[in-house]
Design a protein around this ligand. Structure first.
Ligand SMILES: *Cc1c(COP(=O)(O)O)cnc(C)c1O
Length: 381
């Protein structure tokens, strides 16, 4: 029997109670019944985002919200700083270039953290920069970035907004949108939100809202003016995936009932257990600033990571992620996102050991499991 398990940093597992909600007959989206659900969802999103700002919902994957955050606040030829330490930082650069923005790239070695003084200096030299793009967790390397420090820097510039991709990290690690002065936060449904792919969320500060008025980049479906107008009535400009909204209501209720601080703590424990396990097994972490959302592990020289991913998926039903671009085959990534518990962590760690063994490679799996167990359940266990 093959039981399917997702340890990928998106999509992630969806709890049964959310699946059941989404299996209900489809309701029409322009009804009082649905608008009531939407109202609750919009309100609870603010809690997850830790913001008083509007949070918009768009039917797209996370990248759609990234594009939304470019086309709504900027104008032709605007100067922007794009921080990129991996695949997803690069995506912000690609979108900005597609709209012919004047990009100042800040390219970091993959897995390295950002020295925020670089951004401070760049802004002093280029006070005409209109936006700084960053990522809270760079999913391709499992790296956490200090967005709080960036918020302090960017807030000094009246005409510059801070845009942060939190697609793999909102709802998993602290993201204090208002306290950290983040103007635009974008995220997606299929990671920490415990939902299928298909919805994207974007919060917008007053400072950023003003920029919508003057932005002249082309847009239609992603025009936030349309979404702003309908949000006032807890409605949407276009047909929203009603089932996903119904599921979202449930997943937000689950998160709210547990409490977001507790959810962050649980992600931290799962991530820490995985990190300790991998180090105890004799493996290295890729990131010098590991995120609690996803752990990237460097495989021993000569081991084909993609083969390991394939064996785990086909033989054991377990999905983990491999490396992207130049890290392809060299690393594996294990997600801690969303609907997981302590025993899932042990399963994933054991899976890596078993899969490698199938490839003829021995790691210290027993030591790894023991190290993880101590973090998860305390040293008396
Ligand atoms: C998953 C992810 C994306 C891409 O999201 P899609 O939903 O696949 O469009 C972008 N940024 C980060 C940090 C991600 O983890």
């Amino acid at each position: 029997m093959l039981k399917k398990r997702l340890f990928t940093p998106g999509p992630t597992s969806v709890p049964e109670e959310v699946l059941l909600e989404m299996a209900a007959p489809i309701m029409h989206h322009r009804t009082d019944e649905f608008i009531k659900i939407a109202a609750e969802v919009f309100e609870n999103l603010k809690y997850i985002f830790q913001t008083k700002n509007d949070v918009f919902i768009i039917a797209s994957s996370g990248t759609g919200a990234m594009e939304t955050s470019v086309v709504n606040f900027l104008s032709e030829g605007d100067k922007v700083i794009v921080i990129s330490g991996g695949k997803f930082g690069e995506r912000f650069k690609e979108i900005s270039l597609a709209y012919k923005l004047n990009v100042i790239p800040v390219e970091l070695e993959w897995g390295k953290k950002l020295d925020t003084n670089i951004i401070k200096d760049l802004l002093e030299k280029n006070p005409d920069v209109k936006a700084v793009f960053g990522t809270l967790c760079e999913t391709s390397t499992g790296t956490h970035f200090d967005i709080k420090a960036l918020g302090e820097i960017v807030a000094n510039y009246e005409d510059t907004i801070l845009v942060v991709d939190t697609i793999s990290s909102l709802g998993a690690v602290p993201c204090m949108t208002d306290e950290w002065k983040i103007d635009v936060v974008v995220t997606g449904s299929q990671k920490a939100f415990m939902l299928p792919p298909g919805l994207a969320f974007i919060s917008v500060s007053e400072k950023a809202l003003k920029k919508i008025e003057t932005s002249n980049l082309p847009k239609y479906y992603f025009n936030l003016k349309k979404y702003k107008k309908t949000l006032a009535k807890n409605d949407f400009p276009f047909t929203i995936p009603v089932s996903l909204i119904v599921g979202l209501r449930k997943s937000l209720q689950i998160i709210k009932n547990i409490g977001i601080e507790k959810i962050w703590e649980e992600h931290h424990i799962r991530a820490e257990a995985t990190r300790q396990a991998m180090i105890s097994a004799g493996l290295k972490l890729l990131s010098e600033s590991p995120s609690d959302a996803v752990t990237a592990v460097v495989l021993p020289e000569g081991v084909d990571g993609d083969k390991l991913v394939k064996i785990l998926r086909t033989k054991y039903g377990m999905s983990i992620a491999g490396g992207q671009d130049h890290l392809k085959g060299k690393i594996i990534r294990i997600s801690h996102l969303g609907w997981q518990d302590e025993f899932d962590v042990l399963t994933a760690i054991c899976g890596v050991g078993v899969g490698l063994k199938d490839m003829g490679i021995n790691i210290e799996t027993e030591k790894a499991i023991s190290a993880a167990r101590k973090v998860l359940f305390g040293s008396s266990q």
